[in-house]
Design a protein around this ligand. Structure first.
Ligand code: ZN
Length: 78
């Protein structure tokens, strides 16, 4: 079973599809049981949807600012 930390650390890859099938299943299982991570992944998805061209048009500095913002919310405690 994955920990919340692992989910959060890998969330970027989960959403861009660079994880293995096995890993995605493990994540799915975790999300079924953990509402904290569900909420986190949902927010991350919403953010990525809100800025669909972020990775294409934004500068590296802008991307890192967004990612830094996301990381600052990575304080799941349980
Ligand atoms: Zn969790």
């Amino acid at each position: 079973m994955l920990t919340c930390r692992e989910i959060i650390d890998n969330a970027d890859h989960l959403l861009d599809g660079t994880t293995s099938r096995r890993q995605r299943l493990a994540v799915k299982a975790h999300l079924l049981m953990c509402r904290h991570c569900r909420r986190y992944v949902r927010q991350l998805r919403a953010l990525l949807r809100a800025v669909p061209f972020m990775y294409g048009k934004a500068s590296d500095a802008e991307v890192s600012r967004v990612m830094a913002h996301l990381h600052s919310h990575r304080t799941v405690k349980h």
